[in-house]
Structure formats: C-alpha cells, structure tokens
Design a protein around this ligand. Structure first.
Ligand code: TEU
Length: 575
C-alpha cells in the first residue's frame, strides 16, 4: 500500500536561504548557515529540509529567476557547501528537497541569451516568441491581452529580433517553451538529474500547472475593464499538455528511487482537477499545495485590496475540509501547511499577533497544522510564532518585487492620494510576501543572532528579543516547546493524525473550530478557539456519554472541561 511511503509521514521544514542564518557576516543568510542549524532542526523533530532556490540568480524574484541550475548563488556559498548540506542531512537521517523552478528561467540564463541572439538560433524555440499585433492606427501591441502575475503585459518586446517573448512573471523571467522536446530534455537534465545525482531526495515544484499554454494564446476574457491587461490564469494554468509533461518528468525521476515531489498548484479550486495531478495511479506527483487556506482573506483584484481580518472562520473550515477531503476514498495524498515564503505570518493572518494573544494563538495554530492529515510543512520561524513586520515600519522595508510593483502602481493610479496609499500599505502589512522573508530570530543578541552585520538584507524584526529560538528552548510554555510536543503526538498517533479521515462539526460556529480525525478503531477530537474570549463548547452529540482522554492542551494547568480559554486548542482521543 501507499501507506509506507516515507514522504507521507514526514515533517518538512522550509528554509528561505537569504533569511535563515548568516555564517559569514555579510548580512545575507547562506548555506553553511543552514548546515550549522541542522542539529536544531533534528531536535525539533524535522524529517525533511526544503530549501528555497539557492541557485545562481540575479535575484530579481529572490532566486525564483535562475540563471544557472548547476551552480549556487555565490553569496549563499558553493557547490561544495551544498554537498555538505545534503550530506549533513543524510548523516542525521534527514532528507532534503530543493525547489524546481522550471516554468521560466532568468533572462540571464545561457539558454535565453542564445534564444534571443537571433531568430534562427538553435534555442530560439526554447522560449515563447510571437510576432507583434498592430491596431487600427498601426500601433504595435503584444500578441494578446494577458497580464503578468507581477503587473503589466505578460509579453516584452525584443528590439533586436523584433518579436515579443512571454513571461507570466516579471520581464526578467521568460517562460520556457515546453512544447519543444529538446528544451524539456535539457530542463530535466540540468534542473533535476544534476541534483538527483548529488543526492537530493526530491523537489518542491514551482508553479507546477503553468507549463502548458494553449498554443494559440487566445485573449483572456475581460474581467476588469479598467485594466489594459487581463488576468489569464484560466488559460495558462492546467493547460492541454500538463499531464503529459508531468508524466514524462516523473518517468525521468523514477530511475532515482523513491523521490518526493510536491507541486505548487495555484488557481485550481476544482477537486477533480486537483486529483488529476495527485492520484497515485496517474504517476505524476506525490502531492500538491492547494491554495484554499492561504488565499483566505485575499482581496479579489488585486489581492492586497483588503480590509485586514475581514474573513469568516467558516471559510477556513471549508478550506481545510476541502484539502483534507482529497484523500478520503481516493488514492491521492495531501499536505498540511499554513505558511510559506509567499504568505504573511499565520498568527497575524488567522488569529491575533497582539502581545497578549500571540503565544497562545501560535500554539493553537500549531495544534491545527499538526493534527491535519497529509505531509506536514512548517515554515521557518513558524515554530517560534514569528509575526508580521511591525506596522510602524515604512514602505521602504518591503523588498519583494510583488509588493514594490503593487505600491508603485497605486502611487501612479491614485496620483499619490494619501487615503489610497494608506489602504495599499494596510494591504501589504497584512498580506505581503515580505513578512515571511524577515530574518529568522535565533536569540536576543543584536540582529537576533541572524547575522553579525548591522546591515542585513532585510531589517530584523523589532521583537527579536521577545520571539526567538534560544529563549523558547528554555521555556516549557513557549510556542517552540509546544511544536515539539505536537510533532511527537503526531507520530505517536499517526493513524489518526497523519492518515485519519477528517470530519468537520458545526460549520456555522464562527468562534470555534471542532473536528474529528478517525481511523478504523480510534477517534481524535480537535477543539480550537479562534477568538480572544472564553468560549463554551460541547462535544458533538454523537460523542455523548463517551469518555475522551485529553492528550494535550495549548495551555498548562486544568481549565474547565466545557470552557476554552482565549485561543486555546485541545486534542482529545478515544481509544
Ligand atoms: O509562485 C507561483 C505562483 O503562482 C503564485 O502563487 C505567486 O507566488 C503569487 O501569485 C504571488 O503572490 C512561485 C513562487 O512560490 C514564488 O515565490 C515566485 O515568485 C513565483 O513562483 C515565480 O517563480
């Protein structure tokens, strides 16, 4: 059965190399820094390390713009440093997966340099080149109306060869042409096999549903008439040859043993569509990250157009039920995660980062994350309850291209109107990807023990002396100590917590989230208070008269059985 696969019961820890640990005092994290923390990760109960792109890159999109798959971004270290990290994981019986960013490369990648050199270059067709269109007045227009994910047209004009190339992300990230078989083989060899030969155990596959575009590149429907370019994800996501490409890729990987693959699957709400990627019988990927949970509270267009915290607990319940339900009655596998490098901090988004609440909120969310079925992912800093950047920080502390483009756009369109700018900033304070990229806080020394340099690439969080690893290791009631407990319980009660069937109770209750996890013989009951007030709760009717054992609570000391304390989470089992 699939049950024995190592990646199913694994706890994965995601590291953002620039922001984890700086070993050489240049203000940027690096690979030796990661290696120096492997014992810490091991003691936390981590099985697999996932590191975000560490490849050679001009860092326009912080490493998601790769100029050479086969070398390391020099400030992060060398190929030898990477080999030491791989070996260091294996010495501790841990595994390591890396990011596979193959929808696009950096414009500086040798392949693109050749592709744009001339129309008859061997590699011209490795990227997506199209002729211009001309309007009635003879003005040059891109081949279609697609909007790039980071703003503007998805096409950029190349003066030298007089054609447009496609880029779903920034103009410096041209999309590879997966229709070209030679390009595909080169992608597999350079990005996957190069690293499998060096011992990596798998991949997180970036933007995994975007490689196959409809060949005619039709215009997107006009959903926002005020914009020149339109969202086109319904066209470029889940395209016609996606499954063929992934099967081919999987075949290449399969000669390297039991490789773990987790794809990032944006813009795919439909269950059967998701299953078409992760059903074991399809032999494409082991699992995907669905966006149901992390998109809660997003504005419609753009995502930063929000009133912070304007969402309902029932939405979260439905999102969790949806992703948990994927494995019930199917041969598929799922993931449990609340954070990654593209999201604001979960405490700030889904609970409260107020000083009086944030520790309890962090533990309650940990209990939720750790009791859901699927492979569990923890993002760096989540285990100590790191929160969003302080609201007092200026806009110049936001370094991400998405944040910067968005803010500039508002400056332009609002002509500097202060209300519009304030609103834009509030959106960023809540949802910017920057929050996840603030340096990790290790201790209460200057720069939070992240770096000896005062000139760190992103500002260190003001709260480093209150939220850091060293202090929490000494404190039984810390978020970190609770994560350790939760991860132990997860393994002890694997049949319920990792593999169990999820059952939601009382969808309409907007204060408490109550669910059961079931195996053939046992039941676990998880009870989470998502508010800052005490809340009465009763076990669902079907459990009347049955006795449950309290395995853990996020609070120490007995509470009243029928009353949850603010942001309290409890885990009960019945055997
Ligand atoms: O993200 C791809 C993606 O589709 C989005 O979820 C994107 O992150 C979001 O719209 C921006 O808010 C992946 C990486 O996770 C992201 O960091 C990269 O920027 C992107 O690919 C481009 O490689």
């Amino acid at each position: 059965s699939q049950k024995g696969k190592w990646w199913k019961k694994a706890v994965v820890y995601q590291v953002y190399p620039a922001s984890f640990k700086d070993s050489n005092g240049d203000g940027t994290g690096d690979i030796p820094g990661i290696t120096s923390k492997l014992d810490y990760l091991h003691s936390l109960g981590i099985d697999v390390l996932w590191i975000c792109p560490m490849y050679e890159s001009p860092q326009i999109d912080l490493g998601y713009d790769i100029s050479n798959f086969e070398d390391i971004h020099r400030p992060y270290g060398t190929l030898q440093d990477m080999q030491d990290l791989i070996d260091g994981c294996h010495e501790r019986s841990m595994r390591i997966i890396i990011d596979l960013v193959i929808n696009h490369t950096s414009e500086l990648h040798q392949w693109f340099q050749e592709s744009k050199a001339s129309k008859d270059n061997d590699k011209r067709d490795w990227y997506i080149w199209r002729q211009a269109k001309y309007d009635d007045q003879g003005i040059r227009k891109p081949p279609n109306n697609w909007r790039s994910i980071f703003g503007g047209s998805a096409w950029t004009w190349d003066e030298a060869t007089e054609e447009y190339y496609l880029h779903l992300f920034t103009p410096k990230q041209p999309d590879l042409n997966w229709e070209n078989e030679a390009a595909r083989r080169a992608i597999y060899a350079s990005s996957m096999e190069f690293w499998l030969k060096r011992g990596v155990d798998g991949f997180r596959i970036d933007a995994v549903n975007m490689y196959s575009k409809p060949p005619s590149h039709p215009d997107a429907p006009i959903t926002n008439p005020s914009m020149e370019f339109q969202w086109a994800e319904t066209l470029y996501c889940n395209g016609p040859r996606m499954h063929e490409f992934l099967s081919e890729m999987n075949e290449v990987m399969s000669s390297y043993g039991e490789i773990m693959t987790v794809g990032e699957l944006p813009h795919t709400p439909d269950r059967s569509e998701v299953l078409s990627y992760v059903s074991a019988a399809k032999k494409q990927m082991n699992m995907v990250f669905q966006f149901d949970v992390v998109c809660i509270g997003y504005g419609k267009d753009p995502k930063f157009d929000v009133v912070p915290h304007d969402w309902r607990l029932s939405e979260l319940k439905k999102a969790v039920e949806n992703t948990q339900g994927l494995i019930m009655g199917t041969d598929a596998w799922t993931t449990s995660f609340l954070e990654n490098h593209d999201q604001g901090r979960s405490i700030s988004r889904f609970a409260s980062d107020k000083p009086e609440n944030r520790v309890q909120a962090g533990k309650m969310l940990a209990l939720m994350n750790a009791t859901l079925s699927g492979t569990l992912f923890v993002y760096q800093g989540q285990e100590i309850g790191m929160v969003n950047m302080p609201q007092s920080w200026g806009i110049e502390e936001y370094k991400d291209i998405e944040s910067k483009n968005f803010y500039e756009e508002v400056v332009k369109t609002s002509k500097g109107d202060s209300k519009a700018l304030e609103k834009a900033k509030r959106g960023l304070q809540y949802l910017a990807r920057d929050h996840a990229r603030v340096p990790m806080c290790w201790d209460s020394s200057p720069q939070g023990g992240f770096s000896t340099s005062t000139d760190t690439w992103m500002r260190v969080h003001d709260l480093y002396d209150q939220i850091n690893v060293a202090d929490q290791e000494k404190d039984q009631s810390s978020v970190l100590s609770f994560w350790k407990t939760a991860l132990k319980l997860r393994k002890e009660w694997a049949s319920l917590l990792i593999y169990g069937d999820f059952e939601l109770f009382d969808l309409e209750d907007e204060h408490c989230f109550v669910y059961a996890k079931r195996s053939d013989c046992n039941v676990a009951l998880v009870v989470l208070n998502f508010t800052k007030k005490e809340r009465d709760w009763k076990a669902p009717k079907e459990f009347n008269g049955k006795s449950f054992t309290l395995l853990t609570s996020t609070y120490s000391g007995d509470g009243k059985p029928g009353e949850l304390r603010p942001y309290e989470g409890r885990l009960y089992v019945q055997v």
